[in-house]
Write a protein that binds this ligand. Structure first.
Ligand code: M6R
Length: 625
């Protein structure tokens, strides 16, 4: 996720772009840049670091101009650096581009351009766009007279992936071109000025009249009007929309808090995590079920040593440790590799025994958690090869690990982790299934069935979110409970751990998770009429067992909620409430079963008057021991 903006009008563009970038900085903050058209010449300024670094640099010079584009970056391809920051320019330096999204076929496009003597300066996927526009600008029918639009339309035919793009060119001081597919882009219509941005708040200082660009629509912004086109170059006529959000809620996309926004972003985050790795190798019809898939990690190679690794060791903290717990069940289930899961802060002090052939994994949203880094360094010193799963490109973890899988969740602002967790799970499932297949433990038919199930998860997450009012109502009745216990077995136990952490960290309710079979060994002594017990029940073979556990707690006065599959009737007679999630494979259930718990924690926190985005005593990134 990055933020892009652009302006054409009467005002000096630098302060306008910086103002918009401040509003977009939540979308990415590892670097920022602008390009301004000044007397036919493009001036590009960019800097690694927060937007303030760029602002300080710009404070020392005057850049005049009334047309420009800007970018705030959340690195995906290429570490955060001045060079990799946007805007990117073509070889002539006369075309500048900013981009939000991922160009999946950039490596092929880069080779194609290099074969035509184009020299690349950055490691980004975006740079291919600038060079391709120049290529078609110079060579398309009609040559340069074909114009910038013709060149952009040619380039769109070649791009695979997601993008919101803005383009300016020295030869065209009267226009800015913008286009989107699978990444948001909004056109703001002002008086004598027009602008674009990835999100509404960046436009509100200028206008409330907007076009929400549809996928594959192209906009040409002039000072006095805006034209919209299809990607075939046909003109589109439609009325603008009026935005009446206040600025604060607009920053959160209309949601009351970043946490709620990020819970909702999970459906898209699943798709973003999956898309570059799930390759369609055959397709007999347009339907997901008829496709044949494989998993391919462009960023890591799973050589033969992966298939023969004797053990996987995973360390992490907090929510990432819960993802590791799901990983334990997933790797053992699909690939039959023994997995040891360790809390990173414990691992570093217990004189761990590792074997050079083990796979050592570290999981961290931020990639900066002190304990996780220390555990990784210890293992590395002992000769282990490290695979990191992280959300932040250029983080310390990503730089020091041997192999990195990015979760592509986009920036997570709320302290309580939600979309980072579920995308960590998605990466784990992809790895576990691939290893299972490499070790011939998952049959070809089962492999396809699981991959089809993964491809459906994004849509199923939307369905769970569509029923959030039920959870809200439930929370409004239960938020004052003194104790909330989550219980489950196997995958459901791992989800219980994460559910209890979510609830305690933002609602400050005393909540714990138990492996349901452990209840009788002690925890049941805590159960009374002030207790809510949430049972996660998605493992068919253990339904009878969990049903007994539910009876045990309700007969001692506890209220109960069961989270289970749609169509499961067995729990309604024994529980106070049942919340159902769309059916997927039992072994993939955590991808969906955690969402009701995230919503429950969120609504309890709100009911109790807490700020879920900034819970007391907690920090987003724990960089000290
Ligand atoms: O950035 P990391 O994933 O390494 O962070 C680990 C934990 O600090 C983090 O998951 C923490 O538990 C969150 N507040 C959970 O919501």
């Amino acid at each position: 996720m990055c933020g892009i903006t652009g302006y054409i009008g009467q005002q000096q563009v630098v302060p306008v772009l910086l103002g918009a970038l401040q509003k977009l900085e939540y979308r990415g903050y590892d670097s920022a840049g602008i390009a301004v058209l000044n007397n036919g010449e493009l001036l590009v300024r960019k800097a690694k670091g927060r937007l303030t670094v760029l602002e300080e640099r710009l404070a020392h010079e005057t850049i005049a101009g009334t047309l420009g584009i800007g970018h705030t970056r959340w690195a995906t391809h290429g570490e955060p650096s001045d060079i990799n920051s946007h805007p990117h320019t073509d070889v002539s330096g006369r075309i500048a581009v900013v981009h939000n999204g991922i160009i999946e076929n950039y490596a092929r496009l880069k080779e194609w351009l290099q074969a035509r003597d184009v020299v690349f300066r950055s490691d980004t996927d975006t740079e291919v766009i600038a060079h391709l526009i120049n290529y078609y600008y110079q060579t398309s029918p009609g040559g340069a007279s074909g114009g910038l639009l013709a060149a952009v339309l040619e380039v769109l035919k070649r791009l695979e992936g997601s993008y919101a793009i803005a383009v300016v060119a020295g030869d065209f001081p009267d226009r800015l071109i913008a286009v989107r597919k699978d990444s948001p882009l909004i056109v703001g219509l002002g008086k004598g000025e027009n602008l674009i941005a990835s999100d509404v708040p960046a436009l509100l200082a200028h206008t409330r009249e907007v076009y929400f660009l549809e996928d594959r629509e192209v906009a040409i912004l002039y000072r006095d009007h805006v034209d919209l086109f299809t990607e075939q170059g046909e003109k589109i006529l439609r009325a603008p929309s009026h935005v009446d959000w206040d600025v604060e809620s607009a920053e959160k996309g209309g949601f009351a808090h970043f946490m709620l926004k990020e819970i909702h972003e999970q459906a898209k985050a699943f798709a973003d995590t999956l898309r570059p790795r799930l390759k369609t190798i055959a397709q007999s019809s347009g339907s997901t079920a008829d496709a044949e898939y494989d998993i391919n990690f462009d960023e890591i190679t799973l050589d033969a040593s992966w298939a023969t690794a004797p053990r996987i060791v995973i360390t992490a903290c907090g929510t990432a440790w819960h993802a590791a717990m799901v990983g334990k069940y997933a790797f053992e289930h699909f690939a039959r590799i023994p997995v040891e899961v360790d809390i990173a802060s414990e691992y570093r002090y217990r004189g761990p025994v590792f074997n050079r052939d083990d796979i050592f994994m570290v999981i961290s949203q931020s990639g900066e958690t002190a304990d996780t880094l220390a555990a990784m360094r210890l293992a590395k010193k002992g000769g282990a090869r490290i695979l990191a799963i992280t959300n932040v490109v250029g983080s310390t973890l990503s730089r020091e690990a041997d192999l990195v899988l990015y979760t592509w969740a986009g920036p997570e602002i709320a302290v309580a982790s939600t979309k980072a967790f579920t995308t960590q799970l998605m990466c784990i499932y992809l790895l576990a299934l691939k290893l299972g297949r490499l070790r011939s433990l998952v049959s070809g038919t089962d492999y396809q069935r699981y991959l089809v199930a993964l491809a459906r998860v994004s849509a199923q997450a939307e369905m769970v979110l569509g029923k959030k009012d039920m959870i809200q109502r439930f929370a409004s009745r239960q938020f004052n409970k003194h104790k909330v216990f989550f219980m489950g077995r196997l995958f459901d136990y791992a989800v219980s751990l994460e559910s209890a952490l979510k609830l305690k960290e933002i609602s400050y309710t005393h909540s714990e998770a138990f492996a349901a079979g452990e209840l009788k060994h002690g925890p049941i002594a805590l159960v009374d009429e002030n207790t809510l017990v949430v049972a996660i029940a998605t493992q068919h073979e253990l339904f009878d067992k969990i049903a007994s556990n539910i009876r045990e707690v309700t007969s001692r006065g506890a209220s109960s909620l069961v989270i289970t599959w749609e169509g499961e009737k067995g729990f309604s007679p024994i529980a106070d409430e049942v919340f159902t999630i769309p059916k997927t494979e039992d072994s993939l259930s955590p991808l969906l079963s955690i969402i009701p718990s995230q919503l429950f924690a969120y609504y309890c926190a709100v009911q109790r008057g807490n700020d879920p985005d900034k819970p007391r005593n907690l920090a987003k990134s724990v960089t000290v021991e």
